[in-house]
Design a protein around this ligand. Structure first.
Ligand SMILES: NC(=O)c1ccc[n+]([C@@H]2O[C@H](COP(=O)([O-])OP(=O)(O)OC[C@H]3O[C@@H](n4cnc5c(N)ncnc54)[C@H](O)[C@@H]3O)[C@@H](O)[C@H]2O)c1
Length: 255
């Protein structure tokens, strides 16, 4: 039988760089985790790492472009663990290019994954949380959504929408005991950043060492730096933080 005294979090993009760190952080805090991702092998590795003697992680593979999968992630939390306390919408894709380089498919794929999926998961989650004691939702946007960087029209616009959407929900549902916020990282040392460098013909280690020098705090973020902020925003320590965006940028502006 499932111990319903433990809290449950749904995390999307759980097999990715930041997603794995968020999963580890919540497990360390005694949560049960519903881990969603399109990467079955990545979810399997995560399950092996985090499911010890006791089952702590329920993996659910699927594509966030599918509305039924988005809603099912939330429903699965209730079915498998009896509750839903926190939702972290972390999955995302980065699409490079100015408008002339952006295809219809690039635009639609970016918005389907980065924004539309969050509409479905949040609506389903708020439906469950409302009237059941509330909860917390943390969406991963980006500094580039607040201050658009060059040559990423679809990505920046989708992340700007995630930031605005989080503020809307935060305001509308604060009275239901549901705190909704967005985290806006700048550069983070994850596969998203590293594969981007590799695709453009740069050595990721050399490129990151160079990037580190551009950050006033001396280095780009590690996934754990973001996971700790997500943890804070989900916790009671952030009980008066709602409907806002939190920049996690090492004091580096977007330019
Ligand atoms: N890495 C950075 O520099 C950086 C900076 C700012 C914001 N972010 C944001 O942080 C979040 C996590 O990024 P990351 O760097 O860990 O990236 P990542 O590429 O390491 O992980 C993203 C994960 O999302 C999953 N995913 C992508 N499309 C999916 C889909 N259609 N259905 C289901 N799962 C899907 C991938 O399989 C992957 O595991 C993203 O929203 C990203 O935009 C990252």
């Amino acid at each position: 039988m499932t111990d319903t005294a433990k809290k449950t979090v749904v995390i999307t993009g759980a097999a990715g760089g930041i997603g794995q760190a968020i999963c580890r952080q919540f497990i360390a805090n005694g949560y049960r985790v519903i881990a969603g991702d399109a990467d079955q092998a990545g979810l399997d590795r995560l399950g092996v790492e985090l499911n010890g003697g006791e089952k702590n992680v329920w993996s659910k593979v699927g594509d966030l472009r599918n509305k039924a999968y988005c809603e099912d992630l939330i429903d699965h939390s209730i079915q498998a663990t009896g509750r839903l306390d926190v939702l972290v919408n972390n999955a995302g894709v980065i699409t490079r290019g100015n408008i002339l380089e952006t295809t219809d498919d690039d635009w639609e794929r970016t918005f389907d994954i980065n924004l539309k999926s969050i509409f479905y998961t949040c609506r389903q989650a708020i439906g469950h949380m409302k009237g059941r004691g509330g909860g917390a939702i943390v969406n991963i946007a980006s500094c580039w959504g607040l201050y658009p960087g060059p040559g990423h029209a679809a990505y920046c616009t989708s992340k700007a929408a995630v930031a605005a959407f989080s503020k809307c929900l935060g305001r509308d549902h604060a009275g239901d005991g549901i705190r909704v916020n967005a985290v806006c990282p700048n550069e983070v040392n994850t596969p998203m950043l590293r594969t981007g460098f590799a695709k453009r013909g740069f050595n990721p280690d050399t490129a990151i060492a160079e990037l580190n020098r551009s950050v006033p705090l001396g280095r780009i973020a590690e996934p754990e730096d973001i996971a700790e902020v997500v943890d804070f925003l989900s916790s009671d320590a952030a009980r008066y933080v709602a409907g806002t965006t939190v920049e996690v940028n090492g004091a580096k502006p977007v330019y």
